[in-house]
Design a protein around this ligand. Structure first.
Ligand code: NAI
Ligand code: NA
Length: 396
């Protein structure tokens, strides 16, 4: 079929298999270009199919030749209906990994469940024995608790007071004011239950108990801080509470891994266009201004550049892993640079529907968004008939 983008609000309902394949290949080539590193050899990525998790899987496989197991929740293709982008990404990743002689297997299902954890542990035991690095990169709007069966939904709301600020509809370029009412206590608790650290800890506990964590194993989960501009809705809002919980969990996990000389970290990453982040109000406007400033300074990065740097300069550089005063790895260091933030804050005050295309990188944001779904990639013929049905070679 000929596949074109079909956009509804913050999501695109279709995705392009060849475009997704090209996205993965571009990331692989970037990592190969950095040269080999002394990274991990056996890696589990939870949330491996898109965004930072996919970049982590690619960096592990093509940076240090790692065997990888990827866990994700994606929709397969069906006759006349394209798969979700993470499905096509994973199919492409496995194809290229196998071509390169690398072990790569995937599990598609609910990572929050006991069943998927057990299936993953069984696969590790059967094929790899143990794991050297566990990347935890889930982004989900809901979680069904494996013990109580209760389903929690996360919300993106401020806490305490109503928040009002500028936002942009990046499809139309229309800048307007958005007002978001504060969350109640239950919404805060629910968001922590979905995006906090409990499930990460459950994974690591189950893996340790099963003896599948190697001596010296590391685990890393991803967090975000961001600027004053978005603080009320992000870091001091419901999602920020969940990130506080995730960051606190890193210490609990680190303690539990001491006897196997393991380490647990949160890495604070840069704001990037992913499926999860385009749904957060205010953030797209911030990002379009941020990208403009960072590109002008030659310090803009995407997921793969970020994770390439995380492995090379932080996790697997010589000596101790460099962390901030709260024990966090910071690869948002360039985003948070004072000169960058000062320029973004100035542009923020000036931004209107009329001038945003000029003072901000709205076009860059838009292209990044379509790229997530495999569209608008250079070198892909989108008028061509493509087979929407694509298998993931080693799906378990
Ligand atoms: P994403 O939406 O690109 O990836 C989410 C992954 O989780 C996908 O592989 C998806 O299949 C998987 N997933 C979702 N629900 C699942 C479930 N129930 N079972 C199994 N797999 C499931 O998200 P992104 O942006 O890469 O986010 C990953 C982490 O990075 C999140 O913790 C996010 O907060 C954090 N982060 C994101 C930033 C951004 O700007 N996008 C910035 C800094 C941190
Ligand atoms: Na991810």
């Amino acid at each position: 079929m000929i596949i074109t983008p079909r956009v509804r609000g913050f999501i695109c309902l279709t995705s392009h298999p060849e475009g997704c394949d090209r996205n993965v290949l571009n990331q692989i080539n970037y990592i190969k270009g950095l040269g080999p590193n002394n990274g991990p050899k056996r890696v589990l990525v939870i949330g491996a199919s898109t965004g930072f998790g996919l970049a982590s899987r690619i960096t592990s496989a093509f940076g240090s030749g790692a065997s990888t197991i990827g866990v994700f929740f994606e929709k397969p293709s069906a006759e006349g209906k394209p798969a979700s982008p993470g499905w096509y990404n994973s199919a492409a990743f496995e194809k290229y990994a196998l071509e390169a002689g690398l072990y790569a297997k995937s599990i598609n299902g609910d990572a929050f469940s006991n069943e998927i954890k057990q299936q993953t542990i069984d696969l590790i035991k059967k094929d790899l024995g143990q794991i050297d690095l566990v990347i935890y990169s889930l982004a989900s709007p809901r979680r069904t608790h494996p013990v109580t069966g209760v389903t929690y939904n996360s919300v993106l709301k401020p806490i305490g007071t109503t928040f009002s600020n500028k936002t942009v509809d990046f499809h139309s370029g229309n800048v307007s004011t958005v007002t978001i009412n504060p969350a109640n206590e239950e919404e805060i608790e629910n968001t922590i239950a979905v995006m906090g650290g409990e499930d990460w800890k459950m994974w690591i506990d189950a893996m340790k108990e099963a003896g599948v964590l190697a001596d010296g194993a590391k685990t890393v989960a991803y967090s975000y801080i961001g600027p004053k501009l978005t603080e009320a809705v992000y870091r001091k809002g419901t999602i920020g509470r969940a990130k506080d919980d995730l960051e606190a969990t890193a210490f609990t996990i680190a303690d539990s891994l001491k006897d196997i000389h393991g380490e647990a970290y949160v890495s604070v990453n840069k704001a990037l266009v992913t499926q999860a982040s385009s749904a957060i109000p205010v953030i797209p406007l911030y990002m379009s201004l941020l990208f403009k400033v960072m590109k002008a300074k030659g310090i803009h990065e995407g997921c793969i550049e970020q994770i390439g740097r995380l492995f090379k300069d932080r996790l697997y550089s010589d000596g101790q892993v460099p962390v901030d005063e709260k024990g966090r790895i910071r690869i948002d260091d360039w985003e948070m640079r004072e000169d960058v933030q000062a320029e973004v804050a100035k542009l923020w005050d000036e931004a209107t529907t009329e001038n945003l295309a000029e003072i901000g990188d709205l076009e860059g944001y838009r292209v990044d968004f379509f790229n997530l779904f495999g569209f608008e990639l250079p070198g892909i013929d989108y008028d061509k008939d493509v087979n929407e049905i694509v298998e993931i070679p080693n799906l378990q």
